[in-house]
Design a protein around this ligand. Structure first.
Ligand code: E4P
Length: 217
């Protein structure tokens, strides 16, 4: 399973990249706005200098023709830019056209298996089911992920399943167990994945014992 960082923060992306844990990056308008008043295209270009895998740049227009204009413009930023379109009627129409032009699209804001089927048929390169937001309303994000993987496998569809809106290491582990192609996660979740209290405790003990030995010599 590939690890994508769900952030637009350059420091976080750099820290994950040096660990070899940033196979790609997903951004959205909210994540970009958290970085202050940055120039969108320049910021995406900076991310693309750090990460060689897919970097999602999301369109901000609700209308198909404007989505197409944005998509065609953003794809020129770097060869690894993927256009992110929402799972709306306009978004799927834009997805189909961009895909026909050889531009990769990540279809975002997916909350049902029916939507995921439509996105694959429209030519999405990636589908992003939002697990955490479904859990937030008392639904089951992991069940949706399982359904999408099963359906895509039934037909050998090439659309990659990108588990999104992940809130905890459990989401990441379960996504891996289900065979998700990608998990995109905030940097905080990536940090939580690495940590275990017994590792810290064991390391402290090893170092204390080593220092005792050195003191005896
Ligand atoms: C996916 O690409 C989105 O950027 C993201 O996962 C949304 O997650 P959130 O529900 O934490 O905002």
């Amino acid at each position: 399973m590939k690890f994508f960082l769900d952030t637009a923060n350059l420091d976080e992306i750099r820290k994950a990249a040096v660990l070899g844990l940033a196979d790609g990056v997903t951004t959205n308008p909210t994540l970009i706005s958290r970085e202050g008043n940055v120039d969108f295209k320049q910021h995406i270009a900076e991310i693309c200098k750090i990460v060689s895998g897919p970097v999602s740049a999301e369109v901000t227009s609700p209308v198909k023709d404007d989505m197409l204009r944005e998509g065609r413009e953003y794809v020129k930023i770097a060869p690894n830019v993927v256009i992110k379109c929402p799972l709306t009627v306009d978004g799927l129409e834009a997805t189909r056209i961009l895909n026909d032009e050889g531009i990769k699209v990540n279809v975002t804001l997916c909350f049902s298996a029916a939507q995921a089927i439509c996105a694959a048929k429209a030519g999405a390169s990636f589908i992003s089911p939002f697990l955490g937001r479904l859990d937030d309303i008392g639904d089951n994000g992991l069940r949706l992920l399982e359904e999408i993987i099963e359906i895509y496998d039934n037909y050998g569809w090439k659309t990659e399943v990108l588990a999104a809106s992940l809130r905890s290491p459990i989401h990441v582990i379960e996504a891996a167990r289900l065979g998700s192609d990608i998990a995109t996660m905030p940097y905080k979740v990536l940090e939580q994945l690495l940590k275990h209290p017994l590792t810290d405790k064991g390391q402290d003990q090893f170092l204390a014992d080593w220092n005792k030995r050195a003191a005896k010599a």
